[in-house]
Unconditional design. Structure first.
Lengths: 327, 327
């Protein structure tokens, strides 16, 4: 498979270019006229670290590579603009596989209005995708960092937690989790293999005055701690009275013999958004986010100081820790 | 080695942020206010494809990863702005190695005025660096693509060819090339291991009205063909009367038993710039580029049609072909 032949076939798959793009894929660099402010993030997916080829289709891998990168733009409240992809291809991957992978990426790009504006294709020992995404906003003040949260702000969470981590358990231990009803297990596998970047919800939260925001790639505990640290605040989260956990995650934990709280709160890849909002704007934000097709739940509050406390049933406290996928 | 501890140490190495950067490394995304137009390019270096760890120091690998990406900005005539780096780290690489690698990258970033504004660190089977660079210009019309060359334009080349390919031969076949004088062999190894992006020369060529430009990553033959195709023109290059080849490249070819023309013209990684200029502006461009510390040589002309012809001594023609590093 020649690099240049593959690149030509890849270009034929790309969705139309966005209005900011002057020169797209194929020159030394893409040329854009951003106007306003840009938010730029890079994200890598590595075979046997972030995914296994026996679990995911090529389309799902392509989708996930772009989705996890776009999730960072969602967490800024940015409008997605352009994506640039480095594809490291192992020797046993066929051209048809690479094109399937790009089809998965191109479909999500078209759906989210993202232009695939450039890339690089190289050989590699295992499959690797490094995706750079550029998002836009009229001014930098309209982009939400992790750093603006204030004591007294309400902590809100989009969607439900635990599905992606439970999906990974189901993929890795199919025998143990065979008793989980198939509608639940397939929903959880999909959360793991084909996550949805919460772009519209992130934009809605930014419009509703979110003071700080982060996407949950490493689990609620660890990512909440990052938001707290950047904002110089403490965070108190009440579990389980207020925390939305995806259906049957507890069942998966039981079946596989893993800790439920770990699975739901310290395991990653749900790509939901965690945001701080001024108290007076929570109701407005709940309505605005629900209009985007996903729920928004107040789950806690920002405090003057201290780290992150997740209050467990019976009065215990969960010590959040980071999350490393696939061991 | 923890990802977050490593990231904190990496951030401590970063040079100061450029004036367009509002939020640098450490949030979900970097925030910049570009103004005007941006040129964005991605480039990957993969162990045992683009470099070998036994040949290159960690600093050189870090330098080269950023240099090859910046070379694409040089070929647009763009001012370097921000860089984003994905680092895939194999299990046998120590933290101290990663930091050395980042030091090499940070030194070139400081030298070129580039802000290392973000990145992602992950495990990987072999060492891989994927670098995204963003360059700037007051407007998109001031950036030089490959596509604007016109028949009658003069083809000009910065610097000298063949050094990087000869350096690779010296690294791979040290016994065969042991007789090459050490000042030459070390200069050629440096061209291979620590290339210089021709940023100031590219900006000078853009100011002097370059109609098309490309950087030579795959060899003169293949990259000239790419410029010709994008511009819809033919190219005639005269060899060797006008083509600058680095000293002793012919000696390396003889010693190692490889074809001299292949080494000089079809082998890659010199990262010199090839540009088309209106005839009347060549003298001005030669002076402007020489002021940046590198030579500029008229090497041929753009023709009405036909592909790329490289006229060899004795009347023969070289058929340029692509180049694949390290086999």
């Amino acid at each position: 498979m020649g690099e240049f032949e593959l690149l030509a076939k890849i270009r034929a798959l790309l969705p139309p270019e966005g209005h900011r793009v002057r020169v797209g894929s194929g020159d030394d660099a893409a040329v854009t006229c951003p106007g306003g402010a840009t938010a730029t993030s890079v994200d890598a997916l590595v075979e046997d670290v972030h995914f296994r080829r026996r679990h995911a289709s090529m389309r799902q891998i392509g989708h996930k590579a772009l989705a996890t990168a776009l999730s960072d733009l969602a967490a800024m409240g940015a409008e997605p603009g352009e994506a640039y992809v480095v594809l490291g291809i192992p020797s046993d991957l066929e051209e048809v596989d690479c094109l399937e992978l790009l089809r998965g990426m191109a479909a999500l790009a078209a759906e989210t209005g993202t232009t695939l504006a450039g890339g690089d294709v190289t050989r590699a020992a295992t499959l690797i995708l490094a995706t750079t995404v550029v998002g836009h906003a009229p001014s930098s003040e309209l982009l939400v960092t992790r750093a603006g949260g204030r004591p007294g702000d309400t902590l809100v969470l989009t969607g439900e937690l635990g599905g992606a981590a439970a999906g990974l358990v189901i993929l890795e231990q199919p025998q143990a989790t065979g008793g989980i009803p198939s509608e639940h297990s397939s929903a959880m596998r999909e959360r793991q293999l084909q996550p949805t970047p919460r772009l519209a919800a992130g934009a809605a939260l930014a419009r509703c005055g979110a003071t700080a925001m982060i996407d949950l790639s490493d689990g609620l505990g660890g990512d909440a701690a990052r938001l707290a640290e950047a904002s110089g605040v403490g965070i108190v989260i009440d579990f389980p009275t207020r925390l939305p956990i995806m259906g049957m995650v507890e069942g998966v934990a039981e079946a596989a013999g893993v800790d439920f709280f770990d699975l739901a709160l310290s395991s990653g890849e749900d790509y939901e958004l965690l945001a701080a909002l001024p108290k007076g704007r929570v109701d407005e934000a709940v309505r605005a986010v629900e209009e985007t097709g996903v729920g928004l739940t107040p789950v806690g509050a920002l405090a003057q100081d201290g780290g992150v406390e997740i209050r467990l049933p019976g009065g215990g406290l969960l010590e959040p820790h980071g999350f490393d996928q696939l061991g």
